[in-house]
Design a protein around this ligand. Structure first.
Ligand code: ADP
Ligand code: TRP
Length: 324
């Protein structure tokens, strides 16, 4: 069966290796295998956390360029901004009305902040964020959603919300599945926590060679000296290296740890391998950067292509709830 692949990236901050390995690369692999694909900039999600308009605009541009530099083919893929598809916001409201508050109380992003701040400073966008995400997915009847491991819960919520709607109003929505690459762990950042645009711990996807080196040198390690054997299984340099490496390279790197490679040399090995992998992406990105209007035009066109599909689905939804 042909699948409908859909994924989005929030336009806050700059794209990083976690976005690349968790979402962009697996999505593009699927897009190449004759599936229909929908990739978008989740710009209305960004204002939950960011209130600096310039930052949102710059982030949107960089994330769009990241997709294209990594190989997205706009002739084979629907590529658009969430904000151009107003039907998503309308569907989001309708879905709010079939979602229980208790389900949102359990969302991990909300729960984590609530326990820190006792609800102070938490906006309703953050609270109901998984419902907007469900609308993004359900509006196009996506079947598969490639995401990083941190999004598993949001996909389960999307399924819950879609089932509840279908049960109440009739079979309108396809129930989507999450596709999670790898071992279920997020790529660590330079401090060992999940790499995220929200923390100062990223290794950027689109940087110069020098900037890449600088961020790799920031990866936190322990104080073992050169010559002392090191445990690769708990090491962030090793974990990030293994995303780029093949099995032989991984075995050699393990042996080097056992032989006591210095942290400087380990980081250098990671840098060389990452740089080799990222160089063609970087070259494409710098070309795209010299013509930003082309990217804006592409997204405008993408929005115009998908909007009628969203409107068709929404017509069915409106009819099913009695708003005609
Ligand atoms: P961030 O957490 O940096 O704001 P987003 O929330 O915009 O990133 O995530 C966009 C996509 O990238 C999602 O599919 C998410 O699961 C994936 N992703 C983000 N960080 C990581 C990571 N450290 N490891 C794996 N996937 C990730
Ligand atoms: N919530 C996702 C994140 O922050 C981004 C996103 C928004 C998304 N809508 C989506 C991902 C729909 C997949 C499908 O990581």
């Amino acid at each position: 069966m042909s699948e409908r692949i859909l994924t989005g990236i929030t336009t806050s901050g700059i794209p990083h290796l976690g976005n690349y390995f968790g979402a962009i690369r697996p999505s593009l692999d699927l897009a190449n295998s004759a599936n229909e694909s929908f990739f978008f900039l989740a710009d209305y999600h960004s204002i939950i956390k960011v209130n600096k308009p310039k930052e949102v605009a710059i982030s949107a541009q960089k994330i769009a360029m990241a997709w294209l530099a990594c190989g997205l083919d706009p002739n084979k893929t629907f590529f658009y901004r969430q904000s151009d598809i107003k039907q998503i916001l309308e569907l989001s409201w309708i879905l709010h009305c079939v979602t229980s508050k208790g389900l949102m109380n359990r969302a991990h992003a909300y729960k984590a902040l609530k326990s820190e701040t006792d609800d102070k400073g938490i906006n309703m966008g953050l609270f109901s964020y998984p419902i907007l995400m469900a609308a993004d997915i359900l509006i196009f009847n996506a079947t598969k959603v490639p995401v990083g491991p941190d999004q598993t819960q949001h996909l389960e919520m999307t399924r819950d919300i879609a089932n509840k709607f279908n049960h109440t109003f009739g079979e309108i929505f396809t129930i989507p599945e999450a596709l999670i690459d790898g071992d279920g762990e997020s790529l660590p950042g330079t401090d060992g926590k999940k790499m995220s645009k929200s923390y100062q711990n990223i290794i950027p996807l689109l940087s110069t060679r020098e900037e890449l080196k600088k961020s790799i040198l920031k990866i936190v390690t322990n104080s073992l000296e050169p010559g002392e054997p090191k445990d690769y299984s708990t090491c962030n340099v090793f974990k990030i290296y293994s995303y780029f490496a093949d099995n032989n390279e991984i075995d050699e790197f393990k042996a080097a740890y056992e032989e006591g490679i210095s942290w400087g040399d380990a980081k250098n090995k990671l840098f060389e391998l990452a740089d080799k992998h990222l160089e063609p992406i970087r070259d494409k990105y710098f070309k795209l950067e010299s013509n930003p209007q082309d990217v804006i035009d592409l997204l405008d066109e993408g929005g115009k292509k998908v909007m009628p599909m969203a409107e068709d689905l929404l017509c069915n939804v409106r009819e099913s709830i009695g708003i005609t």
